[in-house]
Ligand binder design. Structure first.
Ligand code: MN
Length: 290
C-alpha cells in the first residue's frame, strides 16, 4: 500500500495517478495525553490504520495526484538517523573534492568493516523534515548547499540490538529522501539539520509491496539534468547492517527514519532550482529550491 499525507493533514492511499482520501482511518489512533508515547502514532498503529483505510477505500473521494500538496509521510519520528559515505562512488568523489571534504572529513576507513562502521550514523534534527510540496529553503546562501538523494527506511516497531538477519522484521516501509547538506567543517548534525533539509516523500510504500529492497533504482535530476543515479544494491553497509548498527546504540521507535546514504553526483542547488527524484518503486517527487 502507498500511504500519503496530503493537503491539510489528509490521509491518502495512492492508486495510480489518484489519491483516495481515507482520512477517516485516523479515527483508530488512540488519543494520547502527556507524556505522549515516543514515536509516530500512525506508524505504530499501521496495521489498524491500513485495515480501516481498506474499509473506507470503495467510497473514498478521489483526487488527481497532481492536484494535491504532498506532505512528509512520517510526522513524528523520535530520530532521523543517516548513514554517511555509504556508496563507493560517492566516497571517491568526496576524496577528490575539497568542496566536499573541507580537509576535515577524512574518509580513510582502513581497519573497519565499512566506512559507516568507522564514522557511525549521524542524526539530523527532526525539525528539518518537510514533504515535497514544501520545497527546500536554502540556508547559508553564501556556502555550497548540496542535494543528496537517498532511499529512506521507516522503522515499524520499537526495537533494540536487532540482529542483521532479523532487520527486515522491523521495517514498516520505504520512502525517498533528500539529505540536503551545507558543505563545511562543522559537524554533520548541524550542516544537515537546517529547516527543510530532510525532504521525505512522495509517500510511504509499505514493506510488503517491495519485492527486493536491495534492488531499488533511483535518480535525481536538477533542472531536468540527470545528476545522481544508483541502486540500493550498491550500498556498502546494506539495510540490515544499518539497522543492526543503529539499534546497537539507541532504541528505534515506530516512525524512526534511516537515510541510507547518497550515491555519487552530489552537487550544489540554488534558489529557483527544481529537483526531481525518480524511483519506479517508491514514487517520484518534484522539490523546489528557494
Ligand atoms: Mn546523506
Amino acid at each position: 500500500m502507498k500511504i500519503c499525507r496530503f493537503d491539510d493533514d489528509r490521509l491518502g492511499i495512492v492508486q495510480g495517478e489518484e489519491v483516495c482520501d481515507v482520512t477517516g482511518a485516523l479515527e483508530v489512533l488512540p488519543v494520547s495525553r502527556w507524556p505522549i508515547p515516543p514515536g509516530d502514532s500512525l506508524i505504530a498503529h499501521l496495521p489498524e490504520v491500513i485495515e480501516a483505510a481498506e474499509r473506507l477505500l470503495p467510497g473514498a473521494a478521489r483526487k488527481p495526484l497532481s492536484s494535491v500538496a504532498l506532505r512528509a509521510p512520517v510526522c513524528n519520528p523520535t530520530k532521523v538517523v543517516a548513514a554517511p559515505v555509504n556508496y563507493q562512488l560517492h566516497i571517491d568523489e568526496s576524496k577528490k573534492d575539497p568542496g566536499i571534504h573541507h580537509n576535515v572529513h577524512n574518509l580513510d576507513s582502513t581497519g573497519f568493516e565499512t566506512p559507516v562502521d568507522k564514522f557511525g550514523p549521524f542524526l539530523k534534527a527532526n525539525s528539518s523534515i518537510v514533504g515535497p510540496s514544501a520545497g527546500v529553503e536554502l540556508h547559508f546562501l553564501n556556502r555550497r548547499n548540496d542535494h543528496e538523494v537517498e532511499v529512506v527506511l521507516v522503522i515499524g516497531k520499537k526495537c533494540k540490538n536487532v540482529a542483521r538477519d532479523r532487520a527486515w522484521e522491523v521495517i514498516a516501509g520505504y520512502t525517498m529522501g533528500l539529505d540536503m547538506t551545507v558543505r563545511g567543517g562543522e559537524d554533520r548534525s548541524f550542516r544537515k539539520s537546517a529547516d527543510s533539509y530532510s525532504v521525505l516523500g512522495p509517500w510511504l510504500t509499505t514493506a510488503d509491496e517491495i519485492v527486493d529492497p536491495e534492488n531499488i533504482s533511483f535518480s535525481l535530476k536538477l533542472n531536468g539534468e540527470l545528476r545522481q543515479s544508483s541502486n540500493t544494491r550498491e550500498l556498502i553497509a546494506g539495510i540490515p547492517h544499518l539497522i543492526a548498527l543503529a539499534s546497537s546504540c539507541y532504541t528505534l521507535h515506530p516512525g524512526d527514519l534511516i537515510y541510507t546514504g547518497t550515491p555519487d553526483g552530489v552537487g550544489p542547488a540554488k534558489p529557483g532550482d527544481v529537483m526531481y527524484v525518480e524511483c519506479a518503486v517508491l514514487g517520484n517527487m518534484e522539490v523546489r529550491v528557494r
